[in-house]
Design a protein around this ligand. Structure first.
Ligand SMILES: *[C@@H]1O[C@H](CO)[C@@H](O)[C@H](O)[C@H]1NC(C)=O
Ligand SMILES: *[C@@H]1O[C@H](CO)[C@@H](O)[C@H](O)[C@H]1NC(C)=O
Ligand SMILES: *[C@@H]1O[C@H](CO)[C@@H](O)[C@H](O)[C@H]1NC(C)=O
Ligand SMILES: *[C@@H]1O[C@H](CO)[C@@H](O)[C@H](O)[C@H]1NC(C)=O
Length: 593
């Protein structure tokens, strides 16, 4: 099957066939190479979408994509949190291979001013397509690091990873960007500063009392220093929220900061404007555009038009706004006559966050029938996400595929469509999806998929070729809080290691083909194949481990602590304030640093 978008590509195909060239060779003709539009939502649950079974939330535009394209029901993220999942998506490799994981509890890049990030020797699909003549753009969230040694070396910046054009947040949306009660960093830091403050005050008072009662001798100097330190701590704790907003909640265009901090109410229109102008500028050449939505991550920034409109509170409003944005972007393609020459993909970086909850209001996504959510490496709810591909005239409309597929598969798929070659010097874990999407293959190339939580292997999925059963083996699972709650309420996200996880020996076994909710663990008594499955999966894990080589872990403490000299700053550090969105200087490449 071939792209039918340009009439002359047909001519080329016909000529090619007359000359005895196989049709697949003709896919390399630039006229036949599709534009590629990748849409990724942030923290969006698979249960939040009409076409995946939600009856009350309105997602007509995403549903339309599925009706006109191919819908994957078993599409799996390589990690259950942003940074590693996105690294795997862009590189087609388990995040452990690029070192985009930690071993000590840091789950994602913590600061824009941290030195960890996607290593420069990793190859993204954007880099390969750029080399093949594609215009490449990333609009929205990045969250894969920024600088290595100075505040503007931009070693991890999207432009260093194959994107010609970047507009968006180098970091990520978070509750702290608007001083929200659901806080990622601020609340914890305030608490620590407060504890230190109390210790200082207590020590100062004890020394003072000792001196006044003549129980201790010595000078007043320690008391004075303790008092100064306590005052500094208390001032810092008052301003820590503002510091975080300036440090992480800003927008960049290419290498230039345009808004620090961001003005959230205008971000959505700005993102849409940017998408539209990228498409306009590049409509005459093949382009790859990755729209990485800031939706539906907390704090759920939603414009007036959508507030209070859904039946699912602010989360529902934000979801419906994102769906509307998807519609606007698809309309842009339509208006430019690019619909049939563009492969569109929609997904989420991982499952919805169950713990994003305040006073009985749910601010995180809904993972449908699947157990668990964001942050849990093994349970389906954290990793099973929507996956929709549309390419009218090439991919069948309305096909639903239940085979296991991975977000990592996008890498080889778009590389091949763009006429590029998958790197041969490293392990690529993704598999070309095209045969499955076209219907020329009935089975996915994935027999086993590894489910990591940081660098710990928590679970493995085995799609048994004969018999069609789908096994899932859990070696480690989080301990829920409160017990049996299905999540770690009041504790951010569930951890991957330590005393709040349970190790299972023998491992837990589920048959996802019969029990997709992972409700009934099988035992040797209830499942005659129990030991055989365990042995097969253990061998697959052995084999997988032999393909791993140790790399520096980017998200461990060294790469993941705030370094003042790496802090990107629009004005003079530490003031870091600017708004260049209306300043035409910053729009032209002349404004580039
Ligand atoms: C639809 O999505 C909302 C918002 O996440 C959720 O509260 C609701 O339970 C979902 N409904 C179904 C039927 O899945
Ligand atoms: C796009 O493809 C569809 C499906 O093959 C076809 O019905 C439609 O006419 C095409 N549109 C254009 C403008 O070629
Ligand atoms: C990238 O560099 C690191 C060393 O910093 C090395 O361990 C790793 O193997 C390299 N990766 C690739 C894909 O070459
Ligand atoms: C971003 O940089 C690229 C070159 O790296 C340039 O082609 C593009 O025009 C720049 N975009 C803007 C908006 O300045």
């Amino acid at each position: 099957m071939l792209p039918r978008d340009h009439s002359w590509s047909w001519l080329a195909v016909t000529v090619g066939m007359l000359l005895g060239v196989r049709p697949s060779a003709c896919r390399d003709l630039s006229g036949g190479r599709p534009n590629i539009l990748l849409l990724m939502a942030d923290d969006f649950g698979i249960g939040d979408i009409g076409c995946y079974g939600n009856k009350t939330i309105r997602t007509p535009n995403i549903d339309r994509l599925a009706e006109d394209g191919v819908m994957l029901t078993q599409h799996v993220a390589a990690a259950s949190v942003c940074t590693p999942s996105r690294a795997a998506f862009l590189t087609g490799r388990y995040p452990l291979r690029s070192g985009m994981v930690s071993s000590n509890g840091y789950r994602v890049v913590q600061w824009t001013g941290a030195s960890g990030g996607l290593p420069t020797n990793e190859t993204t699909f954007a880099k390969i397509l750029k080399d093949r003549g594609y215009a490449t753009g990333l609009i929205g969230k990045w969250h894969l690091g920024l600088n290595c040694d100075s505040s503007d070396d931009h070693c991890h910046h999207p432009i260093s990873h194959g994107f010609d054009h970047f507009y968006g947040m180098p970091f990520s949306m978070m509750g702290d960007c608007i001083h929200w009660e659901l806080s990622e960093k601020r609340a914890g830091m305030e608490y620590k500063l407060h504890v230190c403050f109390q210790i200082m005050v207590f020590a100062a008072l004890t020394l003072t009392a000792g001196k006044l009662t003549h129980l201790t001798s010595g000078s007043w100097t320690p008391v004075i220093w303790l008092t100064i330190a306590a005052i500094l701590l208390s001032v810092t704790s008052c301003f820590i929220g503002v510091l975080i907003v300036h440090a992480d909640c800003f927008l960049m265009r290419n290498h230039t900061i345009t808004e620090q901090p961001m003005h959230f109410q205008r971000t959505t229109p700005l993102v849409l404007k940017e998408v539209s102008s990228f498409v306009q500028r590049n409509k005459h050449r093949p382009f790859l555009l990755f729209v990485s939505f800031l939706h539906v991550h907390t704090p759920l920034i939603t414009t007036e038009m959508f507030r209070g409109k859904s039946v699912h509170g602010l989360y529902g409003d934000n979801t419906e706004e994102m769906d509307w944005m998807v519609g606007q972007i698809l309309d842009t393609l339509d208006m430019e006559g690019l619909t049939n020459s563009t492969l569109v993909y929609f997904t989420s970086d991982h499952g919805g966050s169950l713990e994003a909850q305040l006073r009985n209001n749910q601010y995180g996504g809904w993972n449908g029938i699947y157990k668990g959510g964001k942050g849990m490496g093994g349970w389906e709810g954290g990793i099973r996400v929507p996956g929709i591909f549309r390419w009218p005239g090439v991919l069948p409309a309305g096909r639903v595929i239940h085979e296991p597929t991975s977000l990592m598969d996008v890498f080889p798929t778009v590389v091949q469509l763009g006429g590029g070659e998958v790197p041969q010097d490293r392990v690529i874990d993704g598999r070309d999806l095209l045969p499955l999407l076209l219907g020329t293959a009935q089975q996915s190339d994935h027999e086993f998929l590894m489910h990591y939580c940081e660098n710990f292997l928590h679970a493995v999925r085995w799609h048994q070729r004969h018999g069609g059963r789908l096994w899932k083996v859990h070696y480690t699972t989080p301990v829920f809080h409160p017990e049996g709650a299905g999540a770690c309420y009041g504790r951010g996200v569930c951890p991957c290691s330590g005393d709040r996880v349970a190790h299972h020996d023998p491992p837990l076994l589920f048959d996802l083909s019969r029990d997709p909710s992972e409700a009934h663990a099988l035992t040797p008594d209830t499942e005659p194949l129990f030991h055989q499955v365990m042995d097969t999966v253990a061998r697959a894990v052995e084999e997988h481990r032999r393909t791993l080589s140790p790399v520096p872990l980017q998200l461990d403490t060294q790469g993941n602590t705030w370094k003042p000299w790496l802090q990107p700053c629009c004005g003079r550090f530490p003031l870091c304030w600017c708004d260049r969105e209306d300043d035409p200087e910053s729009l032209s490449p002349v404004g580039e640093s």
